[in-house]
Design a protein around this ligand. Structure first.
Ligand code: ADP
Length: 489
């Protein structure tokens, strides 16, 4: 199911529930209100009829003329109808609009035996609301007689005194039923129209809003692995989809850069491997052209040995770089005192031609605990010292400085050599990068020393950074997380 359909279904279902709830509530409120209005009108009618009943010591008297009773003259279905009976059920008086209709009288009798103030009755399928009041309260005699008490003359009825009278008023609920039916039809039609409108525009809006997703998917499908410069189309809409498109394009840019780096790396690696191999093959071919003296064979083998050593160093560096990529941190680290280790390691450089230029700056004999692999840390420091010797003049100082911070140890290798040009600085840690000036000068090297050194620093959980001023000095700073002796494991 598409996202558009899922979103539309959810919102349309929610809208249907809201519309149904709203319409039902409105309908129920209207029904309650209209029924309450009927009850109020019946109450008012009974109140008006009560004012026409005179109470005297000999009984109660029905006096409609004195109160000018105008209730129940109109015939409309929404009009109140009423009847006044004595305790035997004889009709004393009735509204003009109920003349000839015995339904009201029968209801009046039924209500005499059932003292609830409001009743629902039915006449030919039409519901009626009835209400009754007795003046004074009395118990009905049980006899029923449709005849008036004394003749049908108004004057005669008026002069009568009765022990008690029952006043009954009723209203047809048909007008309310019609009104409520119309309201239900109007609410249903309105809700349906609103729902259909929302369905149409909602779907259109969803499609429009999600169109960039389809376009991006289409563009992504059309992208081949060869055309690496293709990117997703991103419309400047300032929404999440623009954000997604830009993020994805940034990812493609990064992948492209990484792909390019890998390609360069492979090219450089094969070139670097090819050079000593070609040299070795050349040496062998020249030696094989004719018979040579043991002395000459020995010389050739020594040359080949030197080139094979260089080849092995390159292959080992490449293997380390490839492995360090996969394993970000090394598993079997040991805790050592960096202070003591550094003194011991620098001592190995005593036989080096630049040994007299090497200086150690170690603040105290306090142990500095770090977790490392000593062979890798040794290789890192050797690479830095090797470069310092290579890129500075003999007689200039090379300083190895150790410092301890709050939670890290810093090892600095500084030389007062030719320095690194600002444009070379961002690249010196890239594999096979060599500054063009040093290439021209014919400095030996293949450009893997610093790349390997930084990978080692990362694998040990530290960082390796460089600061340099061209023609003045270079400073390589290694920072390693330091702990206390208790951390030793
Ligand atoms: P290389 O085998 O060329 O020395 P590295 O990876 O060790 O390879 O160094 C990369 C480049 O960084 C070098 O070619 C050189 O230009 C520059 N470089 C490294 N160390 C120093 C230094 N101490 N002083 C000046 N330049 C340096």
């Amino acid at each position: 199911m598409s996202l558009t359909t899922r979103l539309s279904v959810f919102f349309l279902a929610a809208l249907a529930v809201v519309l149904a709830g709203f319409s039902t509530t409105l309908f129920l409120l209207a029904r309650t209100y209209l029924h309450r209005q009927v009850d109020e009108r019946l109450e008012f009618a009974l109140e008006t009829l009560s004012t026409a009943v005179e109470t005297a010591p000999q009984g109660v008297e029905w006096e409609p003329d004195e109160r000018r009773l105008s209730l129940g003259r109109d015939d409309g279905p929404e009009q109140v109808r009423w009847v006044v009976c004595d305790s035997h059920g004889h009709v004393v008086d009735r509204s003009r609009n109920s003349a000839g209709d015995d339904f009201l009288l029968e209801c009046s009798w039924r209500m005499l035996s059932d003292p609830a103030s409001f009743h629902e009755e039915r006449s030919q399928g039409v519901p009626w609301r009835m209400s009754q009041r007795r003046v004074p309260e009395f118990i009905p005699s049980g006899e029923r007689d449709l005849r008036p008490v004394v003749g049908s003359d108004d004057a005669e009825r008026r002069e009568q005194f009765y022990p008690a009278l029952s006043l009954t008023a009723g209203m047809s609920l048909e007008p309310i039923r019609v009104t409520l039916r119309n309201l239900a039809v109007a609410l249903s039609a309105l809700s349906l129209a609103l729902w259909l409108l929302a369905a149409f525009f909602g779907r259109w809006l969803c499609r429009r809003a999600l169109a960039p997703v389809s376009e991006m998917a289409e563009a992504a499908r059309a992208m081949g692995s060869v055309e690496r410069d293709h990117r997703l189309p991103v419309a400047a809409r300032g929404d999440e989809l623009e954000d997604l498109g830009r993020a994805f394009n940034d990812l493609l840019n990064r992948l492209d850069e990484s792909f390019e780096r890998q390609r360069r790396f492979t090219g450089d690696a094969s070139h670097q491997l090819r050079t000593p191999l070609t040299g070795m093959l050349g040496q062998i071919e020249v030696s094989l052209r004719r018979d040579r003296s043991p002395q000459e064979y020995r010389q050739t083998l020594e040359l080949i040995h030197g080139q094979a050593g260089q080849l092995r160093a390159i292959v080992e560096s490449l293997l380390f770089l490839a492995r360090a990529d996969a394993e970000a941190r090394l598993p079997d680290l040991e805790t050592i005192d960096l202070n003591a280790w550094l003194r011991g390691h620098v001592a190995h450089w005593a036989e080096h031609p630049r040994a007299h230029d090497l200086r150690k700056e170690i603040p105290s004999n306090e142990p500095i605990w770090v977790r490392v692999q000593t062979s890798l840390l040794g290789q890192l420091l050797d690479n830095l010292l090797d470069n310092a010797c290579k890129y500075s003049e003999a007689g200039t100082p090379i300083t190895v400085r150790l410092a301890i911070g709050a939670d890290n140890a810093t090892l600095v290798v500084e030389d007062a050599g030719r320095g690194i040009a600002p444009e070379d600085l961002p690249h010196v840690f890239e594999p096979f990068y060599r500054s063009p000036r040093d290439r021209q000068r014919g400095a030996t090297g293949i450009g893997l020393g610093l790349a390997v050194a930084r990978r080692i620093a990362t694998a040990l959980g530290g960082t390796l950074e460089v600061e340099s001023r061209l023609g003045e000095q270079s400073q390589f700073k290694l920072e390693l997380p330091a702990g206390v002796c208790a951390d030793r494991r």
